[in-house]
Design a protein around this ligand. Structure first.
Ligand code: ATR
Length: 283
């Protein structure tokens, strides 16, 4: 039997670590799959997906800049994709194109399971109000934090996100936990501070007061690199425990793999290998 075929679709896409991650998962779980990069033209996402499906493809991961196109192309959406307003995983099933979003679940798994930091009953600060923050919102609320403050440079966008949380939340108690703030008006310390802005791409730090961090805080950046981001360096300088988004990358892949193959891969070794490759390439 030929292997079942999957791809990660993006533009650019050659840098994506997803093929390596899924190859490790497949070897570990004895799944017979073939997973590659697929570069789609900026104006040709749907055509690229449909011809891959036509050629026998079983599913795809979707990365920048196509997560909204994938949302539009899906003929059925999981509740978490609906809530995120974006799709990072497609599964082809007959005529159905199922759209899922595994990013938020990946974030929660990396914080709660890998870092061992509970969110339930905690004070959580979410920085940013773009697509990455939106994808994290419902999965964070499902963990039942004591309070979830969304802070953004453009406060109106944080308020829009809060309104969305009100629509998505399953009960009034969940809704009451969500607040918004500007960066400068942030008050007091938080147990978990998540950077979902794209500031790290520009070596920038959202201008939050250093008092949001204590030595008991976890500062989490959804971005990752060979070196800690400027945000993580700032948080560490104020005593926080820090963690970048490499684990989120591996965990979101594991959720996609399970959706496709029905078996949950172990992630610790894959994460350790990726970390070691990142560090080695930097030295
Ligand atoms: P993504 O899909 O990665 O979330 P996005 O939708 O463009 O990307 O959102 C980017 C987020 O990063 C926004 O919250 C943006 O703030 P604004 O809404 O005020 O634009 C935030 N952001 C980008 N650069 C930033 C910076 N240098 N400092 C603080 N916030 C920044």
């Amino acid at each position: 039997m030929p292997p079942d075929r999957y791809v990660v679709i993006g533009n650019p896409v050659a840098h994506s670590k997803s093929p390596a991650i899924h190859a490790s998962f497949a070897a570990q779980t004895a799944q017979h799959i073939d997973y590659r990069h697929l570069l789609a033209p900026l104006d040709g996402f749907a055509e690229a997906v449909l011809s891959f499906r036509q050629a026998g493809g079983k599913g795809a991961n979707v990365t920048v800049p196509f997560k909204l196109d994938a949302f539009a192309l899906a003929t059925r959406l999981t509740p978490r994709a609906q809530a995120a307003g974006a799709v990072n995983t497609l599964k082809f099933d007959g005529d159905t194109i199922l759209g899922d979003n595994t990013d938020g679940q990946g974030l929660i798994a990396d914080i709660v399971r890998n870092a061992g930091v509970a969110i339930k009953g905690k004070r959580v600060l979410l920085l940013g109000a773009g697509g990455a923050a939106r994808g994290a919102l419902l999965p964070l609320l499902e963990q039942e934090p004591k309070e979830l403050v969304i802070a953004n440079r453009t406060v109106a966008k944080a308020q829009e996100l809060m309104a969305l949380a009100h629509q998505q939340a399953q009960n009034a108690a969940m809704v009451a936990r969500v607040k918004t703030s500007s960066f400068s008006a942030l008050d007091g310390a938080f147990d978990v501070v998540i950077n979902a802005t794209s500031a790290s791409l520009h070596e920038d730090v959202p201008p939050v007061p250093s008092t949001v961090f204590t030595t008991a805080s976890l500062a989490y950046d959804m971005m990752y690199g060979a070196q800690p981001t400027a945000f993580l360096r700032f948080a560490a300088a104020h005593g926080a425990q820090v963690r970048d988004g490499l684990g989120m990358l591996v965990e979101q892949a594991a959720v996609a793999f399970e959706l496709w193959r029905g078996v949950a891969p172990a992630t610790a070794t894959v994460l350790a290998e990726l970390r070691s490759a990142l560090t080695t390439s930097a030295s």
